[in-house]
Design a protein around this ligand. Structure first.
Ligand SMILES: Nc1ncnc2c1ncn2[C@@H]1O[C@H](COP(=O)(O)OP(=O)(O)OP(=O)(O)O)[C@@H](O)[C@H]1O
Length: 226
């Protein structure tokens, strides 16, 4: 399997507060990596560093062999837009767009023609069992459906990596498992790697690789300091 993303010696400071300390991670094509840990341990901070959203204080992150440090702001934002996908706890759909338009957004932002983008959105929505909802607005779908749409949007442009911050955290446990299964199956089928931040051990158990974050330090699952 080829490596898509790697980070070495990552530190992130917010002023005096150390959120991430000397983190190291390597992610391969189609791999699902889960990061668990207590509230405030630095999971989201690390995720946003890996996604090129927060600049690191120290260390290096490489995507497909290129260091984030060698990219200017425009290149980094193009990378985030075109090669990465994002899912958040509450879906964060745009209320004025339909389900289909929300899903097509990454392709539209990448310059794809509207008809092509909507066709691709319709296809991925169909794979998630949402074909009937295409014309609805986010206010007209359930929480579980809305989170599935967010998943569809994160994968529609076949990104190399999806960064998911508590993607099922707003759902009841039955729905959470179902949405997660659909998300990971679709990601794996198209070779998209996933970095999954979760406080839920059952969610993490579905990953290929597991890490624990503790006081800003990232350790492979099973090797955490006692
Ligand atoms: N913008 C910020 N400015 C200053 N400190 C911050 C900021 N964001 C987070 N922190 C601090 O950094 C540390 C790590 O926070 P982070 O949100 O990454 O943890 P987390 O593990 O994702 O927590 P949770 O599970 O509650 O979302 C915490 O001590 C937090 O208070």
């Amino acid at each position: 399997m080829s490596e898509v993303l790697s980070a070495k010696g990552i530190d992130l400071l917010y002023g005096e507060t150390s959120a991430v300390s000397n983190a190291q991670i390597s992610l391969h094509r189609g791999e699902v990596a889960a990061i668990t840990g207590q509230s405030g341990s630095g999971k989201s901070s690390l995720l946003y560093c890996l996604a090129g959203v927060l600049p690191v204080t120290r260390g290096e992150i490489h995507f497909e062999g290129r260091s984030f440090g060698d990219l200017d702001d425009e290149e980094l934002s193009a990378l985030r837009r075109e090669r990465f996908g994002f899912v958040f706890q509450y879906g964060e759909l745009l209320p004025e767009l339909t389900v289909e338009e929300n899903t097509a957004l990454p392709l539209r932002l990448a310059g794809r023609r509207k008809a092509d983008a909507l066709a691709a959105a319709g296809e991925v929505l169909g794979r998630l069992g949402l074909a009937d909802l295409c014309g609805r607005r986010p206010s007209q779908v359930s929480g579980g459906q809305s989170q599935r749409v967010a998943v569809a949007r994160s994968l529609v442009h076949k990104p190399a990596v999806v960064f998911a911050d508590e993607p099922t955290g707003s759902l009841d446990s039955g729905n959470a498992v179902a949405v997660l299964e659909e998300f990971l199956t679709l990601a794996r089928s198209q070779g998209t790697a996933v970095v999954l931040v979760t406080h839920d051990a059952q969610v993490a158990a579905r990953a290929d690789t597991r890490y624990i974050m503790c006081d800003g330090m990232l350790r492979p699952h099973g090797e955490e300091a006692s």
